[in-house]
Design a protein around this ligand. Sequence first.
Ligand SMILES: [Zn+2]
Length: 357
Amino acid sequence: MSKKVYLDPGHGGHDPGAQGNGLREKDLVLDISLKTQDILRNQYEGVSVRMSRTDDTFIELNERARDAVNWDADLFVSIHLNGAAESANGTETFMHSNSSASATARKNLHDAIFGAMRRIEPRVTDRGLKSANFAVLRGTYRDMLSVLTEALFITNPRDASMLKKSGTIDRIAEAHVEGIAKTLGLKKKSTPSAETVSSSTSFTSMSNSDKYKEMLIAVEDQGFEFEQFQRLLLAVGEQLPRFRDDGYPGAETLSATEAFQTRYNVSSPNGNFFGRPGEKTFETLLKNLPSFNNLLRANRPYPRGEDVRCIQRAVNSTDDGIYGPNTAGGVRDMQRKLNISVDGVFGPQTRKAMFNL
Ligand SMILES: [Zn+2]
């Protein structure tokens, strides 16, 4: 049975929603919703998507709810961006006050959205899981799982600058997809690039966009998250100057992978899989990293050495090989970004979260 997802971009037409810092809620939430719909349709199987609006028109709130109920949706997601006093900022996610069935859906969406925002801006505020008597939730929660998202505040300068940064709208849409897929147990379509590799089509003959998809799959196959792979590259001294450990494959990570493979003779430009981070690449990466064992108790003052240098490169602090206050500060920033306890000590939990080691 196909699952039905109803996406409701807030506001529209004469109702702009929140406004500020040159942004209008109705425009951004429409972008986010359309991208969310695209990803669900293109990348997942067993799901159908319907939207309350696909252009800049106003639909009454109870009409949105009625349409979702009539269509017999499994999950209703109303997509908003917040507005309030200039100082209010961060991510919050709602369900109806009388609903308890939607609590898991609310948590899945919230965790995915807040997690994505935190990867863009570590200082973003977690406003948490909330309940309210919003009309679209009131009209839907008895018949389906029902959630309303507020990823960021349009009216807050820092949140608004995140929204203006290229990629943020995509990240918000992907986070919605992640939360929706988790809630409904959706499965990804097997991608053509996965098939081409199993049929041993050479990596080097792929288009760049297929290469990036294939890199993501290859890294996951080795049991690592993509940002962990990027941190491993940084730790061994490869260059990711612009995007560092952003978790997304692109030209920068591809060329760092190629540089690493060349440096350690894993593959060469005339190899069929040059640039693909497969088993041998990971084996070589791990062989060239220290165990960090002498740092797991790095609360004693100023440990020194090559393993300190690896961490410094991964957390973007000067690689002088001395674990001083600057390095501890870099480790604390990393711990915040990874959402683990923040103490500036490179302990086992930090090693695991940073590098999957
Ligand atoms: Zn709104």
